[in-house]
Design a protein around this ligand. Structure first.
Ligand code: 7TS
Length: 416
C-alpha cells in the first residue's frame, strides 16, 4: 500500500496541480469522483498550452510548417492511442467527443445498415445510459429486439443462459466495468460465445481503459468506446476503436469537410478510415493532449495503476466495513480483486445527496445519484447511492478522510 508519504505517491500527487490547492473551506481536496471525470496531470495541461501558444493551426490542409506540425501531433496522438490499446493500426482509432458519441457512431452507422426485424441486440442490466439509449433507439428504428443479460445483487452478470440469449443476436453491446457497482464484466467468457453465435461485440470501455491494461486484440472485441476525460485527458475528446473490415464497410456517420475524397454538386466519394468518420475541423488540441495523457499513464504503468487501485479498494472495503453496524450499506462484489476502484454506498436512511453535501464540507468529493444507470437503480430498489471512486493519485489517507467524514455524518444524523 502506498501512503501519501511514499516517494512514488508524492511524485504522482505532485503531477496533479489541483491536488495542491485547498478547497474553498480550506480543506485538503480529497477527490473521490474519478469515475465521473479524472483530474489532469501537468503534462496534459502543458500539452494544451503548448499547442495553443506555439503551433495552433488547422490540420490536413495547410502546406505551411505550422500546419504540418499540428497535423503531425494530431496524427501522432492517434498512433499513441492505437499503441496504448494494441490496435493493429492507427486507422482503427476514430476521434469522437467521448464514449457516448463513439457508441452513437456505431449505432447510427453500423446499426442502421445491418439490423432488421428478427435480429437482436444483447446488452446488460448494468449499462450506463450511454450504452443503452442508443440501442433502444436503434431497436425502435430497425425493428430489432433488445435483450438483456441479467445482473445479480452484487452487479455480477448471470451468464448461465448466455448461449440461448445469443440466438439471433447481431450485436452484443456491453460495458467492461459497471460505473455504479464497480463489477468487472468477464469479457473472456462473453466475447467467444458472442462470436460463435455470429454477433459482433462492442465494449463500453469508459470505466476500464483509465484503470487497467486494455488490449483490444487480446479481448477480441470488434468495437471499443472510450472517453479521454476519465483517463487524465481533457474533456471533449474520446475515441472509437473498430476493426478495419467493419469500419471500411460502414457508411459515414456525420458528413461535411475532411471526410470526403471528391465532391461534385450531386455526389460525393468518401475519404478512407479514420477520416471518413471525422467530419469538420477536429478537436485538435484535446486529441494532442489525450496523447500526452496516454504517455503519462504509460510512464506510470497501467499494471501498477490496476494493482494500486486493488490495494486501495481492499483498504477502503476494510475501513468501510467498520461502519456497517452504524448503517452503512456497501454495494458491489465483496472481493477487491473482482472489482474496480468504485464503491457505491448508502448510510442509514440519509439521502445520498445529503450525505455527499456533508462529505463536501470536509473536502471529500463523491458523486451521489443514479450515476446514469436509472434502470439498474430501479432494479436494485435504490433511489440513489453515494459513490467513491479512486485513481492513481488517491492514497490511503484519502480513504481515512472519507471514513472519518462518514463517522461524523453518522453522528450528525444520530445513527447507532
Ligand atoms: N459508459 C460508462 C460505463 C460510463 O461510466 C460513462 C460515464 C459513460 C459511458 C459516458 O461517458 P461520457 O464521457 O461519454 O459522458 N460515467 C459517469 C459516471 O459514472 N459519473 O459521471 C459520468
Amino acid at each position: 500500500m502506498l501512503a501519501a508519504a511514499d516517494p512514488k505517491a508524492q511524485r504522482i500527487i505532485a503531477d496533479f496541480p489541483i491536488l495542491a490547492k485547498p478547497t474553498s473551506r480550506g480543506k485538503r481536496l480529497v477527490y473521490l469522483d474519478s469515475a465521473a471525470t479524472s483530474q489532469k496531470p501537468r503534462a496534459v495541461i502543458d500539452a494544451l498550452v503548448d499547442y495553443y501558444t506555439t503551433y495552433n493551426a488547422n490540420i490536413h490542409r495547410g502546406v505551411y510548417e505550422l500546419a504540418e506540425r499540428a497535423t503531425d501531433a494530431f496524427e501522432g496522438a492517434r498512433a499513441k492511442v492505437a499503441r496504448f490499446i494494441n490496435a493493429r493500426e492507427s486507422a482503427e482509432i476514430i476521434w469522437t467527443r467521448n464514449a457516448t458519441e463513439a457508441i452513437n457512431l456505431v449505432s447510427f452507422s453500423w446499426g442502421l445498415e445491418n439490423l432488421k426485424p428478427g435480429d437482436a441486440i444483447l446488452t446488460s442490466q448494468l449499462e450506463h445510459h450511454s450504452n443503452l439509449v442508443p440501442w433502444q433507439l436503434l431497436a425502435a428504428k430497425t425493428g430489432a429486439e433488445l435483450r438483456f443479460i441479467e445482473s445479480d445483487q452484487n452487479g455480477e452478470l448471470l451468464l448461465d443462459d448466455l448461449e440461448e440469449k445469443l440466438s439471433g443476436v447481431k450485436l452484443v453491446a456491453i460495458t467492461h466495468i459497471s460505473n455504479t457497482m464497480g463489477s468487472i464484466v468477464p469479457l473472456d467468457e462473453i466475447v467467444p460465445l458472442a462470436h460463435a453465435a455470429g454477433a459482433i461485440v462492442l465494449v463500453d470501455g469508459a470505466q476500464s481503459i483509465p484503470h487497467m491494461p486494455v488490449d483490444v486484440q487480446d479481448l477480441e472485441v470488434d468495437f471499443f468506446a472510450a472517453s479521454g476525460h476519465k483517463m487524465c485527458g481533457p474533456t471533449g475528446i474520446g475515441f472509437l476503436y473498430g476493426r478495419r473490415e467493419l469500419l471500411d464497410a460502414m457508411p459515414p456517420f456525420l458528413t461535411g469537410g475532411d471526410m470526403i475524397r471528391r465532391v461534385a454538386y450531386t455526389e460525393t466519394s468518401y475519404n478512407e478510415i479514420p477520416w471518413k468518420f471525422e467530419a469538420g475541423t477536429s478537436n485538435i488540441a484535446d486529441a494532442i493532449a489525450l496523447g500526452a495523457a496516454v504517455d503519462y499513464l504509460s510512464d506510470v504503468g497501467m499494471t501498477w495503476i490496476r494493482e494500486h487501485e486493488i490495494r486501495l479498494t481492499r483498504y477502503a472495503l476494510e475501513r468501510l466495513e467498520t461502519l456497517v453496524p452504524r448503517g452503512l450499506a456497501i454495494y458491489g462484489p465483496p472481493e477487491a480483486a473482482d472489482r474496480a476502484g468504485v464503491i457505491s454506498f448508502n448510510l442509514g436512511d440519509i439521502h445520498a445527496h445529503d450525505l455527499a453535501s456533508l462529505l463536501d464540507t470536509g473536502g471529500v468529493c463523491v458523486r451521489a445519484g443514479h450515476h446514469c444507470t436509472m434502470p439498474l437503480m430501479e432494479k436494485m430498489g435504490w433511489p440513489a447511492t453515494a459513490r467513491a471512486s479512486f485513481y492513481l493519485y488517491n492514497m490511503e489517507d484519502d480513504i481515512d478522510v472519507l471514513v472519518a467524514a462518514l463517522e461524523k455524518a453518522a453522528e450528525v444524523f444520530r445513527l447507532a
